[in-house]
Design a protein around this ligand. Sequence first.
Ligand code: TRP
Ligand code: SF4
Length: 539
Amino acid sequence: MTHEPDTDADEPTTDDPDTSERAVPDGETTARADGGTVDETTLDPWGSATVSDYRNLFEEFGIEEFDAVLDETPDPHYLMRRGVIFGHRDYRAVARAMADGDPWAALSGFMPTGDPHIGHKMVFDEIIWHQQQGGDAYALMADLEAHSARGLSWDEIDEHARDYVLSLLALGFDPEAGTLYRQSENRDVQDLAFELGIEANFSEFQAIYGFDGETDISHMQSVVTQMADILYPQLDEPKPTVIPVGPDQDPHMRFARDLADRMRYFKVTEAYASFEVVEADLGLLRETYNHREEYAENPERPRCNEAADWLADYETDAIEVKGNLVKGLRNAGQEPLRPRVRFVDQNATDEAFEALIEAVDGEKRVYDNHVDAFEMDRAAAEELAREVEVANGGYGFVPPSSIYHRFMTGLTGGKMSSSIPASHISLLDDPEDGYDKVKSATTGGRETAEEQRELGGKADECPVYELYAYLLAGDDDEFATEVYEECVGGERLCGGCKEQAAELMAEFLEDHQEKRAEWADKLDELDIDLDTDRAVAGD
Ligand code: TRP
Ligand code: SF4
């Protein structure tokens, strides 16, 4: 339990502390404050949403640091600037489309299992910001998932779905420009889910989600439904799409990216001879080709077996790769070694394959299930493959991108949980209750005011500071930085700090709830059905 100096003697000063760019001046410290002891992270979409060490997510799961794309993102959101959005997959594709004025989309989904709270607000804000940046924006109610994976009744789901929708609208989602839907009402999503299900099998569900013989079929169906949600914005045309989520949803993202690839008609790779080369082996093969002067009798026309001999004696740490390549090259014998891009037929119809052959310019060689093109670079080939696919009835999916936000710490310390009312602030809480919850929150303060003045507070471990950075300071980086600097510099004491935060929270809730009420009157005009009328099996 953290005690705090209970004093309101200190007004927060407005002296200009060194306003660094991020409100969390040392993003690294925040990032790592919670890390380091537990060395195994599991990401479970239906488990408890905590992450013991965000570093693991980079090392173990291959999520990339958001900071690396921050500079390429036009006018980044404050959650991005402050490191709250800490990671991404492939966000560059979205940032580029945003900057170039190309089509792109943003989508996220919410399981309507309880009241929307300030953790959900972050995701609402992310969708809304992307909408304002010019993306096609989508928000969906994952009612099938809530019913199958969480067992909520349709009446409960209807009520919560309405609350989520109202908060999303009150925070600024434009329903005319964007799309709001319920999984259960969206026939196109369900059809797409069915198609995607053809590419997914039970062993994968076991491996990815730990499903077993006891898992309900409908729960599995909710997974392919989510895959369809994620790809839904691309039904009219392929486009980069960002899915803002918490890191617990990352298994879904990896699976969706995989399925997007598997649905493609053609897979584009590079090759140097007739045999297939996996992506990871291409580098060494390229190197081998580049050394052709050293081994080829006629460097204009190096032979595979000559390359094999050379490579066999070449020193490299990539023993296994080398082994594969030497074998492949030897088997190819006298075949010439020549760089080419290869279109492999994965899922194409006969017409699409014919159309592709037609469409490839320059020298090409046609095989049973692939076409090699000798006068085309890989990027042009990727573009052509998608074009031909879409023109011939395929989806041509771009692998979906994602961004990940940190989970907010609960106001009582520990995790923020919908089932512990004091740990979170619901967007439906009375402003006075919101005020009280902030006032009784745990802080990163010291034992006594004196100690706090001397040592400074621990803003990096303070749920109240998080409230400022994630929500209360809004777009005002200077304000967020000021709170941080004053806290760690010992100028700010917890009593006054919490009073200020509590007032801001009450104001926010009041304003938010007024806007909800305005939207409630207009909700009927929107084309989203919030009343489910179906018979259900009891359990
Ligand atoms: N599974 C998500 C959750 O637990 C909800 C969800 C359904 C979702 N479909 C989605 C999230 C598509 C992002 C994108 O909250
Ligand atoms: Fe105390 Fe505010 Fe600092 Fe938290 S941020 S430790 S509440 S002064």
